[in-house]
Ligand binder design. Structure first.
Ligand code: SAH
Length: 465
């Protein structure tokens, strides 16, 4: 190891930055974040530095560097664009036993500045010892996506319970189990989803059970949107939850590559639903979620698209709420946005559509039961979910209620996946064309002038033509 990673407390310590450019600016901002007393010495200053000095407590000294300037500092950063001068500052500092960093010259540095992932109080610092800064940045980007934004809040919560846990749980094995269960369990999940008060209540609950030797309290249910199919469209939170899950209850629409991202040891339960053929009736799904959570499990209810858009997500969490099971909802990219983007059909456009309507073509009874007058409004894009079976009827009704038969219309099969196929026609011909082209569900219909843009803006083609 070439360097010892240490975390310096620089609160109210004197730090000198020599140089007045962009790099000096960035280093100064970092020093200010940890509460250092910063003096910047340079013959000229970047305008952002001058602006910063108006807001923050920093001293700008406009003068050339002289050896005497290094005195009375705890730490020095030489950030001028003159390497010779930087090296001279480093020599002087070292002679006076002041820690020094020279920008881009690791050989003259006492310390180097790492790439930082700040989830204070949790901080990750990464360094390649000055050898490959780009590689360091790539690693940082990966870790940034891996570590939830509220991770620091979770660390704070843990910190605030440390003493009580130590007092209440005598054995270290007991304490370890407690921390594992709470940090990755319900209190942890509530904290990470930004609910500190609920997280504290869950923590109290867990501490009470643990001190009485009772089984751990209930797990949680996360109602998670899996997006339209392309696994890259998952949210960070969805991915993290999938990798921590004990059980995943998933729908037919959830694509296989997304199921591959579920933690390997997790149990996967298929809950249906193909149209008409419900693998599990809704009530049984609700009861299943409750039972699994009561067993203390981390349960993911995984749904295609967004759980609150034609996903019955609302019904499922209603029963969880009634039964007092902790739950969170993670939005997903709904089929309308996914399909529209991948097919190059903007849902709104200044020239063509100022509003967009999402409707379901799923029939209750015999015929589609929709408010046709609203659906044919001009300058509006109409998106029809679950409309393949009723497509003939829907298109005819639209025309009967006044929509021009020439209105452009598209049907998108399995949008965002390798099976994506886009059929473009008019509202009069879409159903026939879909039959000719043997389109299979899931499909989404988009009707409106915006469909004209498809020929120009389409960028994604599925691989199975
Ligand atoms: N909650 C989901 C919608 C569930 S309803 C969401 O927000 O997307 C199921 C309907 O969604 C399907 O019948 C189909 O119309 C549409 N759908 C979902 N994924 C799709 C995809 N990848 N391509 C086309 N349509 C899709």
């Amino acid at each position: 190891m070439d360097y010892l990673p240490i975390f310096l407390d620089l609160k109210d310590r004197h730090c000198l930055v020599v140089g007045g450019g962009q790099i000096a600016l960035r280093k100064t901002e970092l020093l200010l974040r940890v509460g250092a007393d910063v003096t910047i010495l340079s013959i000229s200053f970047h305008k952002e530095l001058i602006r910063l000095a108006e807001r923050e407590k920093i001293i700008l000294r406009q003068k050339p560097f002289e050896p005497g300037d290094i005195q009375n500092n705890d730490l020095i950063i030489a950030a001028t664009d003159n390497q010779e001068l930087n090296a001279q500052i480093a020599r002087l500092a070292r002679h006076s036993k002041i820690l020094v960093n020279t920008v881009d010259q690791p050989e003259t540095c006492d310390f180097i500045m790492p790439a930082i992932i700040d989830r204070s109080p949790l901080i990750v610092a990464i360094s390649s010892g000055g050898r490959a800064p780009i590689l360091t940045r790539m690693l940082k980007a990966r870790l940034e996506t891996l570590i939830p934004t509220n991770f620091g809040q979770l660390a704070k919560l843990a910190g605030s319970y440390r003493k009580r846990v130590k007092d209440m749980l005598q054995h270290s094995a007991q304490r370890r189990r407690f921390w594992e269960q709470t940090l990755s369990g319900t209190p942890g999940q509530l904290m990470l989803s930004g609910q500190p008060e609920k997280a504290k209540a869950a923590m109290e609950n867990a501490l009470k059970s643990a001190s009485q030797g009772a089984p751990p309290p209930s797990g949680y249910v996360a109602l998670v949107g899996a997006g339209p199919g392309d696994p890259d469209l998952l949210t960070f939170r969805a991915l993290r939850l999938l990798q921590e899950a004990d059980v995943v209850v998933y729908d037919r629409l959830v694509s296989p590559p997304i199921l591959d991202l579920v933690r390997r040891d997790a149990e996967k339960i298929y809950a249906g639903k193909a149209r008409a053929e419900h693998a599990l009736p809704q009530n049984e799904i609700n009861q299943l979620l409750i039972r699994l959570a009561r067993e203390g499990k981390k349960v993911i209810r995984l749904k295609g698209g967004d759980p609150f858009i034609f996903g019955r997500g609302g019904e499922e969490i209603e029963t969880l709420a009634e039964e007092d099971i902790p739950f969170i909802v993670v939005p997903g990219i709904t089929a309308a946005s996914g399909c529209a983007s991948y097919a190059g059909i903007p849902l709104t456009h200044r020239d063509y559509a100022q509003s967009c309507l999402f409707v379901t073509g799923h029939r209750r009874g015999d015929r589609p039961n929709l408010e046709w007058e609203k659906l044919i409004a001009p300058k509006q894009t109409l998106v029809i979910y679950m409309g393949l079976l009723g497509l003939d009827d829907i298109c005819q009704c639209l025309i009967k209620h006044g929509m021009s038969p020439d209105m452009p219309a598209a049907l998108i099969q399995a949008g965002t996946t390798p099976n994506q196929k886009v059929v473009v026609a008019t509202v009069a011909t879409l159903a026939d064309k879909a039959r000719q082209e043997q389109v299979n569900p899931p499909t989404l219909a988009i009707i409106g002038e915006v469909v004209r843009l498809h020929s120009k803006l389409a960028w994604f083609q599925g691989t199975t033509e």
